[in-house]
Design a protein around this ligand. Sequence first.
Ligand code: CUA
Length: 434
Amino acid sequence: MANAYALGEAASRTTGQVDALFLFITVVSLFFFLLVEGLLIYFAIRYRKRKGAEPSETPDIRGSLFLETVWILIPTIVVASFFYYGYRVFRDIRTPPPGATDIHVVGRQWLFEFRYPDGSSSINELRVPAGGPLKLILSSDDVIHSFYIPAYRLKQDMVPGQYTTLYLHPDKAGTYYILCAEYCGVAHSTMRAKLIVMEPDAYAAWREKKKAPAALSLAEQGKGLVEKSGCLGCHALEGKEKIGPNLGQDFGRKVLLEDGTSVTANEEYLRESILDPKAKVVKGYPAVMPTFKESLSPDDVGAIIAYLKSLSGDKEKDGKEEGEKGVGKEEREGKEAPSAQKGEELAETLGCLGCHSVDGSVRVGPSFEGLFGRQVEFEDGGKATADEAYLRESINLPRAKVVKGFPDVMPEFKGKISEEDLSAIIAYLKTLKQ
Ligand code: CUA
C-alpha cells in the first residue's frame, strides 16, 4: 500500500487508513464500471441489426418488481458502504487522541510558525519525537491557508479569526513535507515547511544539546497575561464565583448558554469568548465582558488558552510534563563565525526566497542580488544604505522601513530567529553583491 499512489511512504496510521479507503472505493467503482461497460458492448454486438434478418418487435416489458428492487438495492448498499467506511475513517482522524501535545500553528503570507508548550517557537520546521500524538491548533494571521501533509494524507484549512484543529500520529521517523494547499497570494507555491519526526532517543539527545529555552512556557506566559489584562477582576480561578464563570473549570466541559443551546469549552470557544464575549453568553451571567480584540494579539490569546487548559484538573500535570520534556525549538548553538552557507540554508527554510529572488528579478519584495550596500528609498521618502544595521532591522521589524514600490507584507522575525541566524543571513546577503 505504501507507495500505491506515488504520494510518499506510509508515514502515519492515517496514511494507511485513507489509502485503504481510497483503494476500496476505486476497486468497487472499477468493478461496476467494467461490468456495465462490458455488458453494454456485449449486448450491442450480440443484438445488433443483422443484414437480411426478419424485422422483429421490441418486447414491451412494463414493470418488474424483482428488477427494480435489485437495481435500487445494489447501488444503495454500495454507496452506503462508501459512506460508512468513509465515516469510520473520518471519525478516527477527528477523534482527539488522549495525551496529545498541543502545538499552535500560525499561517502567514508565506510561512508557517509553530509554537510549543514550553514557550519556544520555530518557523517552517516542526520537529517532534515519534510516537506521541499531537494536537495542532491552526489559525491564520492574514488570509486562508491550508495545512497539508501529503505523507499523512491530512489537510485542514487555516482560517483567520478562527481555530481549526488537526491530530497527528507521527508513527515513523522521517522528514515529511508540509505544504500550503490553498492559493494565498504570489508566493503561495513557496509556502512550505518540514515535519521532522525523530526517534525518541535521537529526539531526546537533540533536545539535550539545545539550551533550555529561557522564555516562559506558553501557559506561564498566559498566566501573566491573565493577571495583566484584569481577567481576575471578574473571574476567580476557583472557589467563590465573581462576576463571570470561574477560570479553573474543566477544559472541554459542556457550557450552557443564555439562548438555551450549549457548546463545548474548547480552544475555539475560548478564543471567541475572549475576542467577542457577547457572541456566546453563559447562562446565568451578565453580558458585560468587554472585547480584548485590540489589546491581545493572536499569540497572546493562544498563550491564555494554554494557561486555562493547564488550570483544568489533571491536564495541569500533563501539560507541564509535556511542556518540559516535550517538543521544542531548535536553538542553534555555538559561537562560530556566521557562515554565509548557513545563511543561505536559512533563507531557504524560512521562506525568504519565496518572495526575494537572488537573480535581480522582482517577486514580492526586493531582490537579494546586490542588495547589500545599495541605496534604498522608502515609502515615506527617506533613504538609507542597505548596511548591516538596516538589514537587521528589516528582518526584525520589516514595517519600520518599507522600500518604495513594494507591498508592506513581510512578517516580523523579531524574537523568532536567533542572533546567530540573523548574522548568518546577513553574511549570506553580503555574498550576493553584484
Ligand atoms: Cu498559504 Cu497558500
